[in-house]
Design a protein around this ligand. Structure first.
Ligand code: ADP
Ligand code: MG
Length: 244
């Protein structure tokens, strides 16, 4: 591990009206690390991920991504171009083909030529295992295929960090593994990843650290084998007894 974290989160608080969704979160993520976040619904997992690329504004604290503090509009834009995000609902543009979905941000944000962007898109579709779907529309694809397009679309921006928010929760069971396999391959290539997921097999295979969040705070963190098999905190034990 290098000394400077690629993501530095310091005492971050976020309130939605009376709901104190993040209550002093501190977390450092290092280049090439894979972090899996687990925890009950409403514990602040999505809010934390969304704060990292400033889809959500935070009220207090500091986040620095790859040396860039999330403060000015220019910095926020700079960070967003380096951070890819994949959501539970794939959020593909329904009126665009798979290829067009992967071209859009490359053309607008990265200013790539159509030829270059197309070549990158087709390479990525090959990488996620659906080279033959370029000219289909999202609705013609299975959920697992759509989510792999969403991953390819994020990767086309050459992100330094990938955030995944429950990427397999909306999928039929038989499609979960094909998405996890793509994520696992990405982890093995050294991508820095922060993944909200309760897929324990993926966490054990891919994650360097697993984190339990509860009530807007990080309750416990450890290597996944340790956290899942031998948790220290009562709240971790209580949560794991429900999901394992
Ligand atoms: P998780 O992803 O762990 O289920 P969230 O981060 O989505 O949790 O939510 C944390 C808390 O913040 C919850 O109480 C949730 O209801 C609240 N919350 C999240 N987003 C909003 C929002 N846009 N407006 C109001 N409350 C929100
Ligand atoms: Mg969530």
């Amino acid at each position: 591990m290098t000394s400077e974290p690629i993501i530095h989160i310091e005492n971050v608080h976020k309130r939605f009206g009376n709901v104190h969704a993040l209550r002093g979160v501190n977390l450092d993520v290092y280049k090439g690390e894979v972090i899996v976040i687990i925890g009950p619904s409403g514990s602040g997992k999505s809010t934390l991920l969304r704060c990292i690329n400033r889809l959500e504004e935070f009220d207090e604290g500091r986040i620095v991504v790859d040396g860039i503090p999330l403060d000015t509009a220019a910095n926020i834009n700079a960070v967003r171009t380096e951070v890819g995000m994949v959501f539970q609902q794939f959020n593909l543009f329904p009126h665009l083909t798979v290829l067009e979905n992967i071209l859009l941000a490359q053309r607008i944000v990265r200013k790539r030529s159509k030829e270059e962007a197309t070549r990158i898109a087709l390479d990525l579709l090959h990488k996620v295992g659906i080279p033959d779907k370029a000219h289909n529309y999202p609705i013609q694809l299975s959920g697992g295929q759509q989510q792999r397009v969403a991953i390819a679309r994020a990767l086309a921006m050459n992100p330094k960090i990938m955030l995944f928010d429950e990427p397999t929760s909306a999928l039929d069971p038989e499609m979960i593994q094909e998405v996890l396999d793509v994520m696992l391959a990405l982890a093995r290539e050294g991508m820095t990843m922060v993944v909200v997921s309760h897929e324990m097999g993926f966490a054990r295979a891919a994650a360097h650290r697993a984190i339990l969040m509860d009530d807007g705070q990080i309750v416990e963190e450890a290597p996944p084998d340790v956290l899942f098999s031998n948790p220290k905190q009562e709240r971790t034990k209580a949560f794991l007894s429900k999901v394992l």
